[in-house]
Design a protein. Structure first.
Length: 294
């Protein structure tokens, strides 16, 4: 079967151009330029890369961006004080606290302290709850990116059987909520995880598989039916001596063997990844326009 590659990089670039155009209009009409702040604790390699890419994306979209750095030994009190300051700063429309945080800091406590009207990551329980019942809100970036790709590629989701692999708060759970809802996916949704007894069987019946299980090459050809749409959220660093960095990014899907069976498939890298940052930009624009919360 001839599959079509879902190009997240090209789609994200196009969306960032659209956002930049809109920001230009806002500023020309005397409006405020959207401002995104990012809080980075410590020097985790993955987090460093993400935050750097977010700053670059802000420039491409015409946003103002601020990076706030703390060392690993920052106390929970210091971090909470910074969150309070960001909540009260009228110039900052939205901000993120890059996860994971050091072990001595309670992540949930930090998330709860963020003003939900500035929570462009969509992790605050108010945003999660509003999303679950279909109210306007900031939808967390990866699920929003996946929805955007499905929509932009004209992939029919209504009435389709969608299997989601993984039940994390960041991808699996929100993805299931969104794919189920009439206004978004309107699909029949099954969530599988490491303890699902009938996982392979469920996948074989799926029209759409969204793999977010965090295990390289987990989805193999015998798990995919002909013509399925496969969205690979996995990004695991796998050692690779041929690469300058010493590693390559590997998805949850065994791409070479699965792709020939698909109608559409996302690559890793260059699929869902670029859309995650692009969705954060969409949320920041919405925050700047006070679209969801007046």
């Amino acid at each position: 079967m001839n599959y079509e590659l879902i190009d997240g990089k090209a789609t994200a670039a196009k969306i960032k151009e659209e956002i930049a155009e809109e920001v230009k209009q806002i500023v020309a009409n005397g409006g405020k330029r959207p401002h995104l702040a990012a809080v980075l604790v410590g020097h985790d390699g993955g987090s460093e890369t993400y935050v750097k890419n977010k700053v670059i994306a802000c420039e491409a979209c015409g946003f103002t961006s601020t990076l706030i750095r703390f060392e690993d030994d920052v106390t929970e009190e210091q971090l909470l004080a910074k969150v309070k300051e960001l909540n009260e700063d009228d110039d900052i429309d939205g901000y993120i606290v890059q996860l994971p945080l050091p072990k001595h800091i309670d992540e949930q406590k930090i998330i709860m302290a963020i003003d939900y009207r500035k929570d462009v990551d969509g992790f605050h329980p108010i945003n999660v709850g509003r999303m679950a019942i279909g109210l306007p809100c900031f939808i967390s970036a990866t699920p929003l990116g996946i929805l955007t790709l499905l929509h932009r590629y004209g992939i029919e989701t209504s009435g389709k059987k969608c299997v989601i692999l993984g039940r994390s708060n960041i991808v699996g759970k929100p993805m299931a909520q969104l794919m189920m809802q009439k206004q978004y996916g309107d699909s029949t949704v099954t969530v599988c995880h490491s303890h699902s007894a009938t996982l392979k069987q469920e996948c074989r019946e799926a029209d759409i598989i969204i793999a977010a299980i965090g295990q390289p090459n987990f989805v193999t050809a015998d798990m995919v039916k002909d013509g399925a749409v496969v969205i690979d959220v996995g990004t695991t660093r796998v050692p690779d001596a041929t690469k300058k960095s010493g590693f390559r990014l590997n998805g949850d899907v065994k791409f070479d063997e699965v792709a020939p069976k698909c109608s559409f498939i996302t690559p890793v890298p260059g699929g869902v990844g670029p859309m995650t940052i692009c969705s954060l930009m969409k949320n920041t624009l919405a925050a700047g326009k006070k679209e969801y919360y007046k």
